[in-house]
Design a protein around this ligand. Sequence first.
Ligand code: PXP
Length: 252
Amino acid sequence: MMGPIRLGVNLDHVATLRNARGGVHPDPVLAARVALAAGADGITIHLREDRRHIRDADLERMRAEITAPINLEMAATEEMVGIACKARPHACCLVPERRRELTTEGGLGAAEQEDALRLPIRQLSEAGIAVTLFIDPDQRQVEAAARLGAAAVELHTGRYAGAFETDSGGTEALRQRELERLQGAARDAIRLGLACHAGHGLSFENVGPVAAIPEVSELNIGHFLICQAIFDGLPAVVSRMKSLMTQARGLG
Ligand code: PXP
């Protein structure tokens, strides 16, 4: 029987909405409480260099007021490592960051940037933070993450999710190919002693096959959940996502 799978709810877009008007509504910390009460296992937030959604004060309040695991997504810069070592979230997921991108566009080039990543990973690990590298589902990248001493990889599911968009050229064959890449990389991660997470672009429609990969123990999902919450409410969408994940593993 497959093991359980955790749902990390990414709340960046709650902060995006708050920032659109200024002020305090909607409050990302309140959203964290609601998501956790509805079945989320952890909270994910991305402190970007330009602070376009989550801000330093949000991270501080999350750490002070939420006892569930906090997964901080961030670039591997000196500034961010300093902030993370002070805030000490449960985990840090290192992501590539380009100022002008709408969202994280691709995985971290762990294989290409081994030298630059070694120090931040060591500093975060020594502070007791579990380090995850957000990478494309590619054996070279998984091997680099293992050499770097990361605790986990998070496989970028963006291309898999994009293959569901038939208007933009997505096909069943493409979906299958991308799913097989994820399955292969997940097996590589476990073989090399890394925990395996996945995320990006996941929705009710496409989550099942990814949640059914036995080696994957955590999914981080944001954009779709916050959008769908406009129609159904945050507790309902978090609870439905968690039950789709659990059912896909034959545990529901
Ligand atoms: N994982 C990582 C590393 C991300 O950067 C993001 C987007 O912030 C997600 C997961 C969640 O992606 P989405 O918002 O498309 O569900």
